[in-house]
Design a protein around this ligand. Structure first.
Ligand code: GLU
Length: 441
């Protein structure tokens, strides 16, 4: 039987990275086996569903490059089907209506007690013991089905062959298996993936977005975008959070993952989200990114802070190129290019004290001004020769000469190589920044 798997999100909020990982594993399994990846929207929670969330989910999957082959199917459009099947269970004596103060009037499934055993694709044999386990609700009086019921019905109706989902659903599986049995249907195979843990070893929380943001850990796709992660990096990182291709392989394109992915290599212990690893990986993808694309990726971050209206395309491109080796996240482009895009220098007081106010700083800057002023362009060799000559004459290290100039031009003691820093600013700004720095000293 050919593989049919599905991603079945409930449209009740952002697309969580745990959800992306679930979608990814199902996608990889479908592609690897030549099967079909179905998108199913589990929108039966009338109070919590939103159109906006649905849009976020679809756009998030598209951003990650995880296209589906079939669907989206909407549970809200299949209410008649659930009612019809609920009636069958009632007729078979497996379901009954009951009114209670908490749940109102609802159709309940008669659960069989005792040992519940099944084989999980990830965990192997799993067993639960039901003693006094309460019957669960199938349909509410509103006619809407519960997750437990609609999810199982759809997996049957949509011919789903494997259900790969998070460990948080493990305890639902015996109940859903009883539904399949009651209908006389063959169930899919279930595989439950380990939960994602945060760096502290606690279950990744949906509520700690702010705290996670401060350490660069994105919990949702929109956080991935805000913090400047590339989709390739996110997908690659999430692939390894619970699955391993072996051979210490780490950097992989989606196509490579498709080739290597097997359900057998999904791990059964929780995977820890290591921010440093994600940032390293993101840096790797930034290095590989063609410059034109990187410029477009950086543009929204820059446009949010600087007036790019008057900036020439070549300057923008060069400013990004100068930082390509250094970036670990796209948002870092903003502080790193401040010296290019802000009209005035913002001095870092510590750097000023260390390099300009310290002895010799001002004299060095004056001497460099004299050496730079006759030049129209700043090429590597002449600039380096000038710095070397001044350093030799004064008997100091090269850094002692370059740093005062760097601070005068950029406000900071970190910037691209000196000749690149000079070149991107251009003659006029170089001289005027040196002059206003000298005035300040
Ligand atoms: N709607 C469920 C969820 O978002 C789907 C669970 C499943 O994959 O079976 O958790």
């Amino acid at each position: 039987m050919s593989v049919r798997v599905r991603f079945a999100p409930s449209p009740t909020g952002d697309l969580h990275i745990g959800g992306v990982r679930t979608a990814l594993y199902n996608y990889l399994h479908a592609r690897h086996t030549g099967g079909v990846f179905v998108l199913r929207i589990e929108d039966t929670d009338q109070a919590r569903n939103s159109e906006e969330s649905l849009k976020t989910i679809k756009e998030g999957l598209a951003w990650c490059g995880l296209g589906w082959d079939d669907g989206p199917y909407y549970q809200s459009k299949r209410l008649d089907r659930y009612k019809e099947l609920a009636k069958q269970l009632e007729e078979k004596g497996r379901a009954y209506w009951k009114t209670d103060p908490e749940k109102g009037t609802a159709l309940h499934f008669k659960l069989e007690q005792g040992q519940q055993k099944f084989t999980d694709l990830v965990h192997g044999t799993v067993s639960f013991m039901y003693t006094g386990e309460p019957d669960f609700v199938l349909l509410r009086s509103s006619g809407f089905p519960t997750f437990m019921f609609a999810n199982a019905v759809d997996d049957h109706d949509m011919n789903i062959t494997q259900v790969l989902r998070g460990d948080d659903h493990l305890s639902n599986t015996p109940k859903q298996l009883q539904l399949f049995q009651a209908f006389g249907w063959t169930p899919p195979d279930y595989g439950h993936m380990p939960l994602i843990f945060d760096p502290n070893g606690a279950k990744l929380s949906k509520r700690e977005i702010e705290m996670y943001r401060s350490i660069g850990l994105p919990v949702t796709v929109s956080e991935c975008q805000r913090l400047g992660y590339l989709p390739e990096a996110i997908v690659n990182f999430l692939a390894l959070l619970g699955w391993s291709p072996g051979n210490n392989l780490e950097l992989m394109t989606l196509e490579e993952m498709v080739k290597l992915f097997t359900v057998e290599r999904i791990g059964s212990t929780p995977a820890r989200f290591l921010v440093d690893k994600l940032q390293w990986m993101n840096g790797q993808y930034i290095r590989k990114c063609p410059l034109d694309r990187l410029v477009e990726l950086c543009r929204p971050y820059l446009a949010g802070k600087y007036d790019l209206g008057k900036v020439e395309a070549e300057t923008l491109k060069e400013a990004v190129r100068q930082q390509q080796e250094r970036l670990k996240r796209l948002d870092e482009i903003v502080p790193l290019t401040k010296f290019v895009f802000l009209p005035a220098v913002e001095y870092d007081e510590k750097a000023v004290a260390k390099w300009l106010k310290a002895d010799g700083g001002k004299a060095i800057l004056e001497e460099l001004r004299a050496g730079l002023a006759p030049r129209e362009r700043f090429e590597k060799e002449p600039v380096e020769n000038l710095l070397k000559a001044v350093a030799e004459k004064r008997g100091v290290k090269l850094g002692k000469v370059a740093q005062p100039l760097r601070v005068a031009l950029t406000g900071s003691d970190q910037s691209p190589p000196m000749h690149e820093t000079l070149a991107i600013l251009g003659k006029e700004r170089v001289i005027s920044r040196i002059d206003s720095t000298l005035k300040m000293l």
